[in-house]
Ligand binder design. Structure first.
Ligand code: DGL
Length: 272
């Protein structure tokens, strides 16, 4: 039996899951966290399902050994391809990126034309598309998806508001204009950082941040199970996070700051 004070475990293929961690810190500021980024093997987004499943199990076992009370699969690629494998081995509840986002998208869309963007593996898996179709049995939802593999390296290069990013985003997103979607799911850890560019290209479209929806979902889940950490009188000045990476990549600290908004002081390199 886990205690309320146990940490929330979050894993991702690398640095991107920090955008999810940021949302968790915002909605669940009194919790403590363990973050694992598999930086030695990133990116997952163009790997085979078999490999992604193997990596996902190793990351999950690492977090379970840290005695976490909840496993958050921050990586959309893993959430799309290997969530079942994670659920099978986990002894604690698992939250992925897909369901909370598709629920929110169905509620928010008025014309029921919803777009999804993600890595190649995420879009090819059809996970977001299936979840949208299954989540709206009474109303028919039209789902349009597009893999956008160039966004990840652009964000990691720091090209957040660079003209090159704008040109590529125009190219990827132009078909959504013709399709008249009114809601777009940002199905990758890196995409919330490009929200401003997306909003300029698709000004009428509601953008769904899956990490934010997963944080709201987790807040509800922990509250319902009486597993929220006790609130303290004061807000923690520095979020309580243990950081683990499988490799200290050259510009990790710099990119991490872009994602998190604060600097990571202490981190540990681990083998899975
Ligand atoms: N974290 C991945 C995702 O959300 C993007 C980076 C990668 O391809 O591993 O799908």
């Amino acid at each position: 039996m886990k205690e309320k004070s146990n940490k929330i475990g979050i894993f991702d293929s690398g640095v991107g899951g920090l955008s999810v961690l940021k949302q968790f810190i915002k909605y669940l500021p009194f919790e403590s966290y363990v973050y694992l980024g598999d930086t030695a093997r990133v990116p997952y987004g163009n790997k085979s399902a078999e490999t992604i499943k193997r990596y996902a199990k190793e990351c999950t076992n690492f977090l379970l050994e840290k005695d976490v009370k909840l496993v958050v699969v921050a990586c959309h690629t893993v959430s799309s391809v290997a969530l079942e494998e994670v659920e099978k081995i986990s002894t604690v509840p698992v939250v992925g990126m897909i369901k909370p986002a598709t629920k929110s998208a169905i509620i928010s869309s008025r014309n029921k034309k919803i777009g999804v963007i993600g890595t190649r593996a995420t879009i090819t898996s059809g996970a977001y598309q299936n979840s949208l179709s299954q989540g709206s049995i009474s109303t028919k939802v039209e789902v349009y998806s597009k893999d956008c593999p160039l966004f990840v390296p652009l964000v990691e290069e720091g090209f957040i508001s660079h003209p090159a990013t704008r040109i590529i985003a125009e190219e990827y997103l132009k078909e959504f204009r013709t399709l008249e979607i009114d809601t777009l799911i940002l199905g990758c850890t890196h995409y919330p950082l490009l929200s401003k560019v997306f909003a300029e290209i698709l000004p009428e479209v509601e953008l769904i941040d899956s990490g934010e929806q997963a944080a709201i979902f987790s807040l509800r889940l922990l509250a319902e199970n009486n597993m929220l950490n006790e609130e303290r009188d004061e807000f923690p000045q520095i979020p309580d996070v243990e950081f683990y990476l499988t490799d200290l990549t050259l510009n990790f600290r710099e990119i991490a700051k872009t994602f998190l908004g604060f600097e990571i002081e202490k981190l540990e390199i681990v083998k899975l």
